[in-house]
Design a protein around this ligand. Sequence first.
Ligand SMILES: [Zn+2]
Length: 471
Amino acid sequence: MQKKSLISLAGIILAVSSCTHLSSVQKSDGKTTSSVTRDGKFEVIPFLGNFTVKRATFPNGLKLMILKDPSSPTFAYQTWFKVGSRNEVVGKTGLAHLFEHLMFKGTTHHPEGEFDALLEQAGAEDENAFTSNDHTVYVQELPKDSFNLISGLESDRMVNLIVNDASFKTEREVVQNERRFRKENSAEGTIYQTLFETAFTEHPYHWPVIGYEQDLTLMSAQDARDFYERYYSPDRATIVVVGDVDEDRIYRKIETLYGGIPGKRTLDAEIKSDSEQTAQRRKRLELNTEVEKIWLAFKVPALNSPDSPVFESIQGLLSEGKNGRLNRALVDSGIATEVGSGSLSLRDPGLFLIEVDLQKGKSALLAESVIMRELERLKNNPVKPEELQRASNVMRFKFLERLVTAKGRAHLIGQLETGYGNLETGLEFQKKVYEVTPDQIQQAAQKYFDTSKLTVIVAVPKPKKAEKGAQ
Ligand SMILES: [Zn+2]
């Protein structure tokens, strides 16, 4: 998604426009493809340029992905857990994200505060974590001689975390404040939440990743311990290491540290799905905003659907670069200040979003009519190849930008491996973004931009209250 306002909504992985020009990956059946070779304990997967990624899967289900890149004496270390707000249940919303906070508390080996102190002492940068609808990810970047430290700390907190009432209550308060800041006091946060609540009625994407205030208030340390017990397990984890590292040494270290942690192989809690949307849904909000805003969302298939690469091309056509169709029709024409679009890369069927900030005095309904006109154009007229090429080039550049840092590469590897089931299938999908044809765009627009599957949220400035006399 292009707009900063969207990206800043922590806890949500937004439409990541990732595409690559790898050409050797064959159609995958979910197992290894012909371009994947074996090197002892590793599967070797062609990545970008001359890079390869080595993958090992341990008997307890833990996956290890390594991209060796000696260009800088550092490495990124990320742990991707297949658990997010999607795994929560009604009444316990926000638990996955609250739990992410608790992971920085003490363990049986390291009292509270030591995790951060040791990493800071080692010169760690960007120590962070985030929770999305589908995943929870712990992110570190360190000098190359700190591998033993981080792998020791991460393996320890996968299994030895202590969640007591005191640490639970402190962190819940932190999360409640975060919630106020991100949702209640933010127009974008409120619109985003309302959009998902309106578009999804049964599926867990209905509720915000950060959860509801009431659920957080009623939650207990025992809920967090149960969540840890159920979902934090090697078979739900993928460790991604990118940087100046020795692959065999890393393998041995990870095997020593994590090998003895049993894989629990627990199933997801039952995840309800929505029945098909058959009528347009609309909401109007009065918010603390100076200008009107409008967000539109159409239902789109899950990340691993054959149609999903098309939406990246559509994003490029509509809102990437100065020549994006909506940028020209809305921003250049003086109706809007900013336009963004994109489909969320979600494990279950998700949304294609279009969001617009209007110029002062311009109405959201005007923007909506322009958007609908542009979508009709996509449905009725094939896109010219040169225009599609432009969109493709813009998306490619955005993708390449993500690969500049070790952290960016690790993020991409983690996202593709966990999102698509394996990296090679993810890369194959990314490659397809470049092969999208004008026909496919037209067919997808006709199929998915159906106004009976549309959700619209309009936000207008809250009327100013009449000033009260001085007390
Ligand atoms: Zn947080």
